[in-house]
Design a protein around this ligand. Structure first.
Ligand SMILES: O=P(O)(O)OC[C@@H](O)[C@@H](O)c1c[nH]c2ccccc12
Length: 293
């Protein structure tokens, strides 16, 4: 997927004209572009409130990160479960009214999740870094910060609020940023989870050194369609390389039934990332039990 990091700017300015000139292509083409363009403004505002130098100082007093990758390798279930704390999404709207992130996180912990994922994006997913910090204080499981990372600042924010792993979305990052950002995440003692949706993105990620954890998103973020065969196709295309490098593979999104889990596990997923189908149930602990039969 080709994601433009910023809206195209007009090549000339017509400042004396009273009319707004619409630049061709100045509207976001899909949700990922819309989110990333907005993120630019959002991160800028956060930096003005708390500069990176101050943010870094605060991290010194945060408890050290937990080992996210090891928790997945050891897996309390087969495949290992990363359960997601998610209130809403652009594709589904509000998934759960009366959303209490801590209550949901505790229910996931009791149900046997190996790790948790916490959405921190405010505008599109109604998440927050406060939710991440609250969940951190309430459970002992390793936590993934689910954010649209485009600047190093955000990775420090993730660590400050207790993250042990950080999502990087290959579709919105250049090769250079992917390489640099995975290094920052590791330098902070956390684990990068790099997400792909196409073979082209998978190959870009496999060309990086030290890649240990890859997520395959079954959801197409251009049109929100979900197809579990995305996991099958990508794993099949690069199976030997993934195995030789001992990479832990996470199948992400659109998993609803025990059969869905068996399918992605049978094609080679070591772990699954599940949000909606657990969050929308009154009892997420029981919901986990019905998925792992
Ligand atoms: O709610 P689902 O369909 O179980 O999906 C969870 C997770 O995979 C999804 O939230 C997700 C995958 N990649 C992302 C990137 C950003 C935001 C969200 C996501």
């Amino acid at each position: 997927m080709q994601i433009r990091r910023r809206p195209p700017s007009p090549s000339f300015s017509i400042s004396h004209m009273r009319y707004q000139v619409s630049v061709p292509g100045s509207e976001p083409q899909n949700i990922l572009e819309e989110i990333v363009w907005y993120k630019e403004t959002e991160v800028q505002a956060q930096r003005e409130k708390l500069p990176l130098s101050k943010l870094k100082q605060r991290i010194d007093s945060v408890a050290p990160p937990k080992n996210f990758l090891q928790a997945l390798r050891q897996g309390k279930t087969q495949p290992a479960l990363i359960a997601e704390v998610k209130k809403a999404s652009p594709s589904k709207g509000i998934i759960r009214e009366n959303f209490d992130p801590v209550e949901i996180a505790r229910a996931y912990d009791r149900g046997g999740a190996s790790c948790l994922s916490v959405l921190t994006d405010r505008k599109f997913f109604q998440g927050s870094f406060e939710n991440l910090a609250k969940v951190r204080a309430a459970v002992d499981l390793p936590l993934l910060c689910k954010e649209f990372i485009i600047y190093p600042y955000q990775m420090y924010q993730a660590r400050l609020h207790g993250a042990d792993a950080v999502l990087l979305i290959a579709a919105i990052l250049s090769d250079r940023d992917l390489n640099y950002f995975t290094k920052i995440i590791r330098a902070l003692g956390m684990t990068p989870l790099v997400e792909v949706h196409s073979l082209e993105e998978l190959d870009r990620v496999l060309s990086l050194d030290n890649i240990e954890l890859i997520g395959i998103n079954n959801r197409n973020l251009e049109d929100f369609t979900v197809d579990l065969r995305t996991t099958e196709e990508l794993v099949n295309a690069r199976r030997s390389q993934l195995q030789e490098r001992d990479i832990v593979l996470v199948s992400e999104s659109g998993l609803h039934t025990a059969q869905d889990l068996q399918f992605v596990a049978s094609v080679g997923a070591n772990a699954v990332l599940i949000g909606e189908s657990l969050v929308k149930k009154d009892n997420p602990t029981e919901a986990i039990a019905t998925l792992f039969v």
